[in-house]
Design a protein around this ligand. Structure first.
Ligand code: HEC
Length: 381
């Protein structure tokens, strides 16, 4: 009987995620992200040569500074630089082309073309801009979905995140993480996460560092046409935190897979599945986690304006010890882009345990994120 139940649980853990993956890949095949009409690159080239190359130059690197009257802003684009252009979504560029530089917090030198060019011309010139990057294999910024509070995304990022979880009931505790993520090469990212806890222990506040994480992420697969991206990450948590205060007391290895799927309705789902594997299992148990974030991004002005992303996360954690239960939490939240350039974002949500709730408190969670590759914190407003 006991054995049967165990086997049954294993089946759920292994086949549950696989079924979801299989189902979503079926949905993937059924769609094409770039909708309506196929852009006409030749027309885009003509538009570019008549309206853009005086400033952006025939090669897309920028016209010779002797021939332009303006001083180049530090963010002036070099369209041949794949590392700089592929993380930008078409909608980001379209906002600038339709409404001019200031719409996304850029220079007024970049004119407004919304009155001069048709929607089709603008889509075509964007598709021509894309031809300046001639390397393949860079994941496209459209697949950089809004960051969820707990579920890690698949896209390699350049960002700094400050995130805090505060107990809503019980003894006050604040767990804050400073997370630095930096992309390198076409498909890799390094991550450093330093947690810092402040808690009320017997009516006196104690502040201490937790176990930090150093992680390396690699994109295994990404496809703009189907809207999917898959990454693997290997993480190491050296025991920097005190064992008396929740630290593992042993180095923990944390491998995970992240798979994100975007649909053309701007609905998306992000899956993350991984394990915590301590070097010394006597000090800390092995565990599995399985996170899902389901959300929708809404933006006014035909998706060019401020982005609001309501989402809900379903979070499962399970220790691999006899008699352990799976802890399920649900976390509804809202992310919003604060700066017009969308490089500063905030997210707030409430995480509520709904199984095995003894000793687990609801938490208010919040983060602020700065995508530093898109400009300084105070720029782009
Ligand atoms: C008068 C000069 C000028 C013309 C003409 C011009 N641009 Fe620009 N453009 C700029 C400048 C300057 C910037 C950089 C703004 C900044 O970084 O603050 C820029 C930035 C951009 C960006 C980058 C936005 C980003 O997210 O980094 C895009 C895309 C762009 N231009 C497209 C076009 C297209 C397409 C045309 C023609 C239809 C065009 N530009 C015509 C000067 C010009």
């Amino acid at each position: 009987m006991g054995v049967d139940r165990k086997r049954c649980k294993h089946l759920v853990w292994v086949w549950g995620p696989l079924t979801v993956l299989a189902l979503s890949s079926m949905l993937v095949i059924a769609q094409r992200l770039n909708l309506k009409r196929k852009p006409d690159v030749q027309n885009g080239k003509q538009v570019f040569n008549s309206g853009c190359n005086t400033c952006h130059g025939p090669t897309g690197k920028g016209a010779a500074e002797t021939s332009t009257v303006f001083k180049r802003p530090s963010t002036f684009p070099d369209f041949t630089d794949c590392g700089g252009t592929t993380p930008e979504a078409d909608s980001q560029w379209k906002g600038v082309i339709v409404h001019g530089g200031p719409y996304k917090g850029f220079s007024t030198i970049m004119p407004t073309f919304g009155q001069v060019l048709s929607q089709n011309d603008i889509d075509d010139v964007i598709s021509y801009l894309r031809t300046f990057c001639t390397q393949r294999g860079w994941p496209r910024g459209e697949l950089n979905l809004p960051r969820a509070i707990a579920t890690e995304k698949a896209f390699p990022e350049n960002e700094l995140v400050l995130t805090t979880a505060a107990n809503a009931t019980g003894a006050p505790t604040w767990e804050t993480h400073a997370i630095h993520e930096q992309a390198f090469g076409k498909r890799d990212q390094i991550e450093i996460d330093v947690p810092w806890n402040l808690e009320d222990i017997n009516h006196s506040y104690s502040s201490h560092i937790g176990d930090m994480t150093i992680g390396l992420k690699h994109v295994m697969f990404s496809n703009l046409r189907t809207g999917s991206i898959l990454s693997l990450q290997g993480g190491v948590l050296p025991p920097t935190g005190s064992t008396k205060l929740g630290g593992a007391g042993t180095t923990v290895f944390e491998p995970f897979a992240a798979f994100d799927q975007l649909w053309r309705t701007n609905t998306w789902v992000q899956f993350q599945m991984g394990a915590d594997l301590p070097a010394d299992t006597k000090k800390s148990p092995q565990g599995l986690f399985w996170y899902t974030a389901l959300g929708q991004t809404i933006a006014p002005d035909q998706r060019l304006g401020r982005q609001w992303s309501p989402m809900v996360e379903f979070l499962a954690n399970r220790n691999l010890v006899d008699g352990a239960k799976t802890d399920w939490d649900v976390l509804p939240e809202m992310q919003v882009t604060l700066s017009p350039r969308q490089h500063i974002r905030a997210d707030v949500g409430v995480r509520t345990p709904f199984t095995d709730t003894a000793g687990r408190h609801p938490q208010v969670q919040f983060y602020i994120l700065w995508d530093w590759a898109d400009g300084k914190f105070w720029e782009g407003w």
